[in-house]
Design a protein around this ligand. Sequence first.
Ligand code: ADP
Length: 294
Amino acid sequence: MFMTVRFIQRYFFQPLQKMQDQVKAIRSGNLAVEVKYDGTDEFGEIYSEVNLMRIRMRAQMQRQQDNDKRRSRLMASISHDLRTPLTSIQGYVEGLQDGIVKDKETYDRYLETILIKTEALNHLIDDLSVFAKQELGEFSLNKDRINSGALLNSYFKQKESEFALSNVNLILERPFVSTFIEVDRYRFVQILENLMSNAKKYTDTTVRVYTSVKDYQLQIFIEDDGHGIPQSSIPHLFDYFYMVNKKKDQKEKMGSGLGLAICKNLITAHKGDISVTSSEGNGSTFMISIPIDL
Ligand code: ADP
């Protein structure tokens, strides 16, 4: 009789008691300690299931914490990116209001700067809005079957006038490939806009655009002759918030490190791809490819 009680105590109540303690520890949030059982009986399986549950819960908690951290970093970054051009616009407007600007030339320069910063702000808000939608899983495309030649001609016609006002040369190798692609016109233009605005920002003298077809894909190349991108940066270039030279890009180029990540996401959503080749000192060529809609 005594033996039976000891047997039940040792092989039944003790493992159960230990299990209860460990489940209590998990419930109170301690997910770090491994749930282990040394015996070879049926309890082993239950212990290993509970241990698996603990590992999964810990991974889920870690993901949640990472997401929370990412969100707060994102909020800080967004506020900073919006505040910088706004503060600058405010400064110029106040300068004009105070009447410190006397000559027409400076007056026009102030207005021109306000316009450029407002455009950059608009562009940034577009990028941030896509980014926020993608983060919240609320992003969708309104695709249509569109003629690539017509789309590119209309977009680049407007770019020609914009570049004519700048000191950057724009070479368009017409005719552009004329084929059908299935795209969200607004989003597709946003991809081109991001790449063209980078090319214009980072080039030395010239931006060249040309198209071709390879393996049933329409390819669009945007080439600049700027300082190029270090090879070590290329693997990170399409990551959110990545900038080659954060201080300089943010301050001088009003960058946010969002543009290329958004391009990558948008083109992937169109079943296409984006890539870059670059040589330091000689410039970069960005290529987007998108399946032809046969
Ligand atoms: P940003 O809004 O800062 O331009 P992007 O995601 O578009 O962000 O670009 C990320 C970084 O890649 C930029 O900060 C810049 O350093 C680099 N970059 C992008 N395009 C070019 C280019 N054509 N030539 C040189 N560097 C570039």
